[in-house]
Ligand binder design. Structure first.
Ligand code: PLP
Length: 391
């Protein structure tokens, strides 16, 4: 059986741009197109739009507009934060030790690895438990006198687990260590007040919150030492040079406003869909296991592993049946190795190869979930027949 329309269950990879977001962006392509650095009416109109967007974002994050940096994407926000703070802190003689977790997105962990491999930093990668959650006590134990940066993501992209960010931030603050969180997956579903979260740096990506791809936000707390990895003009408080992408900046601010305003209603609605999906899968498919935390997880996020299943085969069959899903991080799909996240959670290699991530969104309906639950068991059975050992 194939559904009438595609059922899109890959909102953790990307979301459709909200029509209200497109609408506010449109005038900034060919009506108000001035370079915001100029001294004429067109330029002033662009500068005003950026300023308004910065205030909107700052109000949501509970910070000063001066602490908001518009970037090109979530990866760039993570890069500027981590590399910028590590370099500046070391230059100030504060140390060269970094702390992170093994479940971060590659925008974070590859940046840490490069700092260690090429720039003589040292890192401690603090383990997570079987739900993919890091224990703040373990972070505290990893702190050294020369620790200058801690980075722990707000919510994991592959298994949806929420991390105790505020607690970790509190202990980082006590010790005077900069604390960065990658909030790319959390931004649509969790509160973002930077003081309650005790964060010094926080990254957001447009295309995960119903804004377009190619725009991001970085929050940098006042007085945080940061040496931008970019040089050029003095845009974005000297942190991100380059003529501002006005329509996209206007768009991401509107999108953030919308997701945060709709959060109470949408979280309740999407959680019900998520729970229906989880109960349906675990109840009807033998050898299926939920990955990530059973309750402390993103409102839209269901993730599983299936015994005797290969992820790409599952995804291919689902796609042919009209269901669009993922096996984990979109960036690693297609690689034969199991995900670093599932491995860090202690899943056996073979089981970790059978990962499926189903993430609901604004357009997802109960009927979509029920159709998925009708189709999925047959697909799992078919894929299992491809594995002689399992069959
Ligand atoms: N961080 C997390 C947790 C993500 O899930 C992603 C995207 O998948 C990114 C960072 C990168 O964001 P972008 O695609 O905007 O560079």
């Amino acid at each position: 059986m194939s559904p009438q329309r595609e059922i899109y269950l890959d909102h953790a990879a990307s979301t459709p741009t909200d029509p209200q977001v497109v609408e506010v962006m449109l005038p900034y392509f060919s009506q108000i197109y001035g370079n915001a650095s100029g001294l004429h009416k067109q330029a002033r109109a662009s500068a005003r739009a950026i300023d308004d967007a910065r205030h909107t974002v700052a109000d949501i994050l509970g910070c000063s507009p001066k602490e908001i940096v518009f970037t090109a994407c979530g990866s760039e926000s993570d890069n500027i934060a981590i590399r910028g703070v590590a370099w500046a802190q070391r230059q100030a003689g504060k140390g060269n030790h970094l702390i992170t977790t093994p479940i971060e997105h590659h925008a974070v962990d590859h940046t840490f690895n490069q700092l260690c491999d090429k720039f003589d930093f040292e890192q401690t990668v603090v383990p997570v438990d079987r739900y993919g959650v890091v224990n703040p006590t373990d972070i505290a134990a990893a702190i050294r006198p020369e620790t200058v940066l801690i980075s722990v993501m707000y919510a994991n992209n592959e298994v949806g687990s929420l991390q105790p960010v505020a607690e970790i931030g509190a202990l980082a603050r006590e010790r005077g260590i900069a604390f960065h969180t990658d909030a790319v997956q959390a931004a649509a579903y969790e509160p973002l007040n930077v003081d309650s979260l005790n964060v010094d740096l926080l990254a957001i990506s447009g295309h995960k919150i119903y804004a377009p791809k190619g725009i991001g936000i970085l929050y940098v707390r006042k007085n945080t030492l940061l040496l931008s990895p970019f040089t050029g003009g003095s845009h974005e408080n000297n942190r991100r040079p380059g003529t501002e992408n006005v329509p996209y900046i206007v768009g991401i601010a509107k999108a953030l406003e919308l997701v945060q305003a709709q959060r109470p209603v949408e979280n309740t609605r999407q959680e019900a869909l998520r729970d229906r999906l989880i109960a349906g899968v675990l109840g009807t498919i033998s050898g299926s296991h939920l990955t990530g935390h059973p309750t402390r997880r993103l409102a839209n996020h269901a993730s599983f592993v299936f015994e005797g299943c290969e992820a790409d085969a599952m995804l291919m069959h689902l796609d042919m049946a009209g269901i669009e899903a993922a096996s984990g991080s979109a960036c690693t799909t297609g690689m034969p190795e199991p995900s670093h996240v599932l491995t860090a959670m202690g899943l056996p290699h073979d089981l970790a190869l059978g990962a499926l991530r189903l993430t609901v969104g604004r357009q997802t309906t109960e009927a979509d979930i029920d159709t998925t639950l009708e189709i999925l068991p047959g697909i799992i059975e078919k894929v299992r027949q491809l594995d002689p050992a399992y069959a």
